[in-house]
Design a protein around this ligand. Structure first.
Ligand SMILES: NC(=O)c1ccc[n+]([C@@H]2O[C@H](COP(=O)([O-])OP(=O)(O)OC[C@H]3O[C@@H](n4cnc5c(N)ncnc54)[C@H](O)[C@@H]3O)[C@@H](O)[C@H]2O)c1
Length: 365
């Protein structure tokens, strides 16, 4: 039986450990610097064996999964290179930035190590093993960044180990990955934090301001509540791409400022329309309220019984909902109800019947 070592049993390492333990016939060793995390993992049968020494665990491993913070995973890979390993080992990671670990992997001296980088692109604003879930990566994109020496055999072995996650695997270079995640993940995180900082500053003048921070502000800044330590690490590890994106953003804001100052209302309309069209054309998210289900967004008003009316229409049509969530509802304003269905045909049928009753319904949020 093969031995798999997961170093770093937090949200991501813990979720992968749960999944691998559930779907694969391997001996699973968990390594973490926190004793309490290891105890939790053993008590909840997430791993077969716990170790505090990475070196000891690595000496037994056929496959090693590095799931510590990005900079720590780079250090662990460096440590691995200096160990006297007895057998060949396939090493992967889950880091949100691929450049630094990839450079380290490409410079490895040990002939026993083959590195295939990985980034499961799903997460949560929570951290730690207590927040881990076996199904966290269902329908998520799982990026792989193999080094040149890695063969299809290595990549296929890793995909097989992770097959229970039900992720979609794609291969990118580390540079492509860091540039794209910089645009769609790292930079938006910075903007969310900056918006919150701005609101905090203006609160000094308007103490009532937080009470006005309703749906839109909360939605766009939700990610600012994620693990600050992890994001600090990500920003530094992806420093060069962040600098380019910052320059880009500053230039764009200056252009917008000039358009406003010069009363160029048509250009501003075009700018906003372009953004709307691009946003509306983005592929609907596969990960919904519950991963793998089909979501429907229904506009409702804050009237007594509004929710019951929608549910009655759905029930009368013989459709069953697997999850329901009110995304935004303020006094006197429209709110959005997210209904999740197990099958696409139910989602489409529900859309049809709700539209007959005059509801505004969207498949994408
Ligand atoms: N949280 C997300 O949304 C997300 C998504 C995809 C990838 N990632 C990546 O996953 C990695 C882990 O993030 P997380 O969200 O699971 O963080 P986390 O804080 O929940 O877990 C990190 C774990 O690593 C342990 N650890 C730290 N240093 C260690 C070391 N030297 N040796 C062994 N264990 C060590 C910590 O004790 C903790 O249990 C990061 O590289 C991050 O970029 C995170």
């Amino acid at each position: 039986m093969e031995t798999v070592v997961i170093a770093g049993l937090g949200l991501i390492g813990g979720s992968l450990a749960r999944n691998i333990h559930m779907h694969q016939d391997v001996h699973l060793i968990g390594v973490d610097q926190r004793e309490s995390t290891l105890e939790y993992a053993l008590q909840h049968h997430i791993i077969d064996e716990a170790m505090t020494s990475f070196q000891e665990a690595a000496s037994k491993a056929d496959i090693i999964l590095l799931a510590a913070p990005v900079s720590k995973s780079v250090e662990l890979l460096l440590q691995l290179d200096s160990m006297d390993l007895q057998k060949d080992v396939l090493v992967t990671d889950v880091s949100s930035v691929k450049g630094p670990i990839f450079q380290q992997a490409a410079a490895m001296r040990s002939g026993k190590i083959t590195f295939v980088g990985g980034h499961p692109m799903a997460g949560s604003h929570k951290q730690g093993i207590e927040a881990s879930k076996a199904h966290l990566f269902e329908n998520a994109i799982y990026v792989m960044t193999p080094v040149q020496q890695a063969t299809d055999v290595h990549i296929d072995r890793l995909k097989q180990l992770l097959s229970g996650t039900k992720s979609t695997f794609i291969t990118l270079t580390a540079d492509e990955h860091d540039e794209m995640t910089g645009v769609v993940s790292h930079f938006p995180h910075l903007i969310a934090s900056a918006l919150v900082q701005q609101a905090k500053k203006w609160e000094a003048k308007h103490s009532f301001l937080p009470k006005l921070a309703a749906g839109g502000f909360r939605d766009i800044t939700r990610i600012a509540s994620s693990n600050p330590g992890m994001w600090q690490d990500i920003f530094f590890q992806n420093k060069e791409k962040m600098a380019v994106l910052l320059d880009d953003w500053i230039e764009e804001m200056q252009t917008f400022r000039s358009l406003l100052a010069e009363d160029k209302s048509e250009e501003i309309h075009t700018y906003l329309t372009d953004a709307k069209n691009y946003r509306d054309g983005l592929e609907p998210r596969k990960k919904g309220a519950i991963p793998g289900y089909y979501d429907l967004y229904v506009d409702i008003t804050d009237q007594p019984g509004a929710l019951q009316k929608v549910l009655a229409i759905i029930a009368d049509a013989g459709l069953s909902i697997v999850n329901i969530q009110i995304l935004e509802l303020r006094e006197g304003l429209t709110g959005v109800l997210r209904l999740s269905f197990a099958e696409q045909k139910m989602q489409l049928k529900a859309k049809g019947v709700l539209e007959v009753f005059g509801y505004e319904v969207k498949i994408q949020d």
